[in-house]
Design a protein around this ligand. Structure first.
Ligand SMILES: NC(=O)c1ccc[n+]([C@@H]2O[C@H](COP(=O)([O-])OP(=O)(O)OC[C@H]3O[C@@H](n4cnc5c(N)ncnc54)[C@H](OP(=O)(O)O)[C@@H]3O)[C@@H](O)[C@H]2O)c1
Length: 189
């Protein structure tokens, strides 16, 4: 398989024990923590290079609950695909599309929409791991919060092999940038 040159990156915050949300999809463990938006591993800097976004339904539903609480507008200007089996209400002013089935089959459409910029996999860990196991995820970039929660939504569902590229500290977070070791490279090693 020829890999597209567009990078596909899973960028998220995680607990130290590898969860991106609690069992009831709360991010309270994350949202109150110190972080410098312009500091190392800046999310704003990453977003400037993003051309397309993909997320699962639980993640979309969290965004919508958060927006309902805060009154915020839709966060993203990039075309965004939500993987779901159910209809959803597209937020005002948002370019939100739905898809279902194999996320790896959607990947060429994400790459085309990104038009040379990155595809951001927001989560969850099932989608990211499916792309990784298909050799379609290039990078995992995590900001690790100094907390464990014992159970919840997994950072990556199943075995994904990674290689550390870079690391840093931003506020309370230890940040790490990994390259995904593709299954083909693993078999060849
Ligand atoms: N810490 C962070 O920075 C961060 C980042 C991202 C997300 N999060 C949070 O992490 C949690 C992730 O939740 P999650 O593990 O449940 O993952 P998710 O991927 O957000 O949602 C999973 C749901 O998406 C739908 N789905 C996923 N793949 C699909 C496919 N191939 N075809 C059709 N539908 C598909 C299914 O819902 P339906 O069948 O019901 O449609 C599935 O139950 C959320 O609470 C989110 O807010 C945290």
């Amino acid at each position: 398989m020829t890999r597209p040159t567009t990078r596909t990156a899973y960028v998220t915050a995680t607990t130290l024990d590898g969860f991106i949300a609690t069992d009831d999809h709360s991010l309270d463990w994350l949202l109150s923590r110190d972080i410098d938006p312009a500091g190392p591993f800046s999310h704003d800097a990453f977003m400037a290079g993003v051309g397309a976004i993909v997320m699962g339904r639980s993640t979309f539903d969290w965004v919508e609950r958060h927006r309902a609480e805060t009154g915020d507008a839709w966060f993203y200007e990039q075309p965004t695909w939500v993987m779901t089996h159910r209809p959803l209400e597209v937020p005002d002013g948002a370019d939100v599309r739905t898809a279902s089935g194999d996320v790896t089959a959607l990947h060429p459409e994400l790459v085309a929409a990104a038009a040379g910029r990155a595809v951001w996999v927001v989560g969850g860990g099932g989608l990211a791991a499916d792309l990784a196991r298909a050799g379609l995820l290039d990078e995992v970039i995590v900001s690790i919060a100094p907390v464990t929660i014992g159970s919840g939504a997994p950072l990556l569902d199943g075995h994904v092999e990674l290689e550390l590229v870079d690391s840093g500290v931003n506020g309370e977070f230890l940040c790490a940038h990994y390259r995904v070791v593709s299954p083909a490279a693993r078999e060849g090693s």
